[in-house]
Design a protein around this ligand. Structure first.
Ligand code: NAP
Length: 484
C-alpha cells in the first residue's frame, strides 16, 4: 500500500497551555510525528504559550522529553527531533493579563495559516478569544481549537458560544472531540456510505438494537474535583457517546462536507427522545483491596456523582423508531474497550429447528484497543452430528489488514490538528450540535438531582452495577462482553 501524506500549507500554531498535560502527552508528540511524516512544511512554527517563566530553549527541552516519554512514532530518522525543535519556541503569556501578547503577536506572519489551540481550562476560553482579538492576532483566516468540556450545561455552552462568536466566525471555531479523529470512527462512515451491503439493512426493520460501550479501567485519577462536578453523563455521554450515536444513526449526507455531515448529526440529536428514569442506571465504583473508592478518589464522602452510566435511548424518526440504543460508559471497569455493536434481528424463521438455537448477525466496530471491525455470521458447526449452528466472526483488525500503514496512521489528535490546518471542520462539533446535546442531557441530570438519586455501587474490575445488566435482561438482551 502506498503511504499518502497530503501536504498542508505552512502554518503558525500557538498552543495556549503548551506546558500542560494534554500538550505534553498528545499535541506535541503528535506534531512531531506529523513532522516526521513530512507534513510540516518549511516555514511552519509551533509556539508554546503559558504563564510559566521559561526560555524557548527550556521549552524545547520540555518538548524533547515529552516526545521521548509519549511516543516518537516508528519512522522518524535520527536527527529529526533536532530539526523539529528548531520550529518550536515559547512565549510566557497570561490569558488573564496582558503579559506576553505583544511578543506573541510579533511572531505571527501574515501569509501563513494561523491556528490557536486552547489547551487550557474552559474558564480561560473567553479571555483568550478576547485578547487574540484585542492584540490584533485574530485575522479572518485564523482558527481556534477549543478543547472539551464545552460548557457544563446548555446555559454555559450557549454563553461560551456567544463569547467566542464575538470574535470568531463559526467557520473559524474547531470544537474538538478526539473520538471523531479515530480511524475507526471515520471508517464507520466509509462502511455505511461506501458499501451497498449495509445501507438497506440499516434501520429498525433489520436492526434489533445498537450498543455503544466506552469502558475504562482507570479511575478519576488526578481529575477528582473536575470529575466530581461533572460525572460520566457530562464527561462522556454528552460528547463522545453522543457523537458516536450520531454517526451510527444519521441519514446519508448529500456529500462529505462539514455542514452536510453536521446537519445530519444535528437531526439525530434533535430526534432523541427523553429517557425514562427507569432506563438510566448510574453507578459509582467502590473500594477495597483493589484501591480507593470513587468517593475516596474525589475526596467527597457524600458524592452522588456517577462514574458509570448505562441508558436505553430511542430516536424518533422513520429509520429508527422502535430500535433501542443502549449506551454505557464507566471507570474502573474490567477492560479498557470502546465498541459500537449493531445487533441485527434473528432470521424470521429457522429452517433448522429449535435445536439450532437462536442466532443474530452482529457488526462490531472496535474503537480501542486494536481498532477494527468484526461481523458475526452464522455457519454450520464443523463435523458430524447434524445441523448445529455456530456464530463466527469475520474479523478485520486494521493493524493486520493494513500492515505498517495502520501503524503509521496518524492518531486522533494528529489527524484533527492537520484538519484544522487544512480548514476542514467535518470532524469538529458545530455550536448548535453542542447546544442540542446539552438540551437533551440537562433535563435528565436535573431529574435525577431532583429525585436525590444515589448511584449504585459497583466493584472495581467488574462490568458495572447489576442494574445495568438488568436494563438489558428485562428486554431479553444482553451486553456484549467487553474484552481487553
Ligand atoms: P493542565 O495540565 O492543567 O494544563 C493547563 C495549562 O494551562 C498549563 O500549560 C498552564 O500553564 C496553562 N495555564 C493555566 N492558566 C493559564 C493562564 N492564566 N494563562 C495562560 N496559560 C495558563 O490541563 P490539561 O490536562 O493539559 O488540559 C487542558 C485542556 O484540555 C482542559 O480544558 C482539559 O479539560 C482539556 N482536555 C485534557 C485532556 C487530557 O488528557 N489532559 C483530555 C481532553 C481534554 P501555566 O500554569 O504555566 O500557566
Amino acid at each position: 500500500m502506498v503511504s499518502r501524506v497530503i501536504p498542508v500549507d505552512p502554518f503558525d500554531l500557538v498552543i495556549f497551555g503548551g506546558t500542560g498535560d494534554l500538550a505534553r502527552r498528545k499535541i506535541l508528540p503528535g506534531l512531531f510525528r506529523r513532522f516526521c511524516a513530512g507534513q510540516m512544511p518549511e516555514g511552519s512554527q509551533i509556539i508554546g504559550a503559558a504563564r510559566s517563566e521559561m526560555t524557548s530553549d527550556e521549552y524545547r527541552e520540555m518538548v524533547s522529553e515529552a516526545v521521548a516519554e509519549f511516543g516518537s512514532g516508528g519512522t522518524c530518522e535520527a536527527g529529526t527531533l533536532e530539526a523539529f525543535l528548531q520550529r518550536v519556541s515559547y512565549v510566557t503569556t497570561d490569558a488573564r493579563g496582558d503579559d506576553g501578547w505583544v511578543e506573541l503577536n510579533g511572531k505571527m506572519r501574515d501569509d501563513t495559516v494561523r491556528a490557536f489551540y486552547f489547551s487550557v481550562g474552559p474558564s480561560l476560553f473567553g479571555d483568550l478569544a478576547e485578547r487574540l482579538h484585542r492584540f490584533g492576532m485574530a485575522t479572518p483566516e485564523s482558527r481556534i481549537v477549543v478543547e472539551k468540556p464545552f460548557g457544563h450545561d446548555l446555559e454555559t455552552a450557549r454563553a461560551l458560544n456567544a463569547t467566542l462568536a464575538q470574535h470568531f466566525h463559526e467557520t473559524q471555531i474547531y470544537r474538538i472531540d478526539h473520538y471523531l479523529g479515530k480511524e475507526t470512527v471515520q471508517n464507520l462512515m466509509a462502511v455505511r456510505f461506501g458499501n451497498m451491503l449495509f445501507e438497506p439493512l440499516w434501520n429498525s426493520q433489520y436492526v434489533d438494537h445498537i450498543q455503544i460501550t466506552v469502558a475504562e479501567t482507570v479511575g478519576v485519577g488526578g481529575r477528582g474535583t473536575y470529575y466530581d462536578n461533572s460525572g460520566a453523563m457530562r464527561d462522556m455521554v454528552q460528547n463522545h457517546l453522543m457523537q458516536l450515536l450520531c454517526l451510527i444513526a444519521m441519514e446519508p449526507p448529500a456529500k462529505f462536507d462539514p455542514d452536510a455531515v453536521r446537519d445530519e448529526k444535528l437531526k439525530v440529536i434533535r430526534a432523541l427522545e427523553s429517557v425514562d428514569w427507569h432506563h438510566i442506571v448510574r453507578g459509582q465504583y467502590g473500594g477495597g483491596e483493589n484501591g480507593p473508592s470513587y468517593r475516596e478518589d474525589v475526596e467527597n464522602p457524600k458524592s452522588r456523582t456517577e462514574s458509570f452510566i448505562a441508558m436505553k435511548c430511542h430516536i424518533s424518526n422513520w429509520r429508527w423508531a422502535g430500535t433501542p440504543f443502549y449506551l454505557r460508559t464507566g471507570k474502573r471497569l474490567k477492560a479498557r474497550a470502546s465498541e459500537i455493536a449493531v445487533v441485527f434481528k434473528e432470521a424470521p424463521h429457522s429452517i433448522f429447528g429449535a435445536d439450532a438455537g437462536r442466532h443474530r448477525n452482529v457488526l462490531a466496530i472496535r474503537l480501542q484497543p486494536n481498532e477494527g471491525m468484526t461481523l458475526d455470521v452464522t455457519i454450520k458447526e464443523p463435523g458430524p452430528g447434524g445441523m448445529r449452528l455456530l456464530d463466527v466472526p469475520l474479523d478485520m483488525s486494521f493493524a493486520e489488514a493494513l500492515g505498517p500503514e495502520a501503524e503509521e496512521a496518524p492518531d486522533a489528535y494528529e489527524r484533527l490538528i492537520m484538519d484544522v490546518i487544512r480548514g476542514n471542520q467535518t470532524l469538529f462539533m458545530r455550536g448548535d450540535e453542542v447546544e442540542a446535546a446539552w438540551a437533551w442531557t440537562d433535563p435528565l441530570i436535573e431529574a435525577w438531582q431532583a429525585r436525590n438519586d444515589v448511584p449504585k455501587t459497583y466493584d472495581p474490575g467488574s462490568s458495572g452495577p447489576e442494574d445495568a445488566l438488568m436494563l438489558m435482561h428485562r428486554d431479553g438482551r444482553k451486553w456484549r462482553e467487553v474484552k481487553p
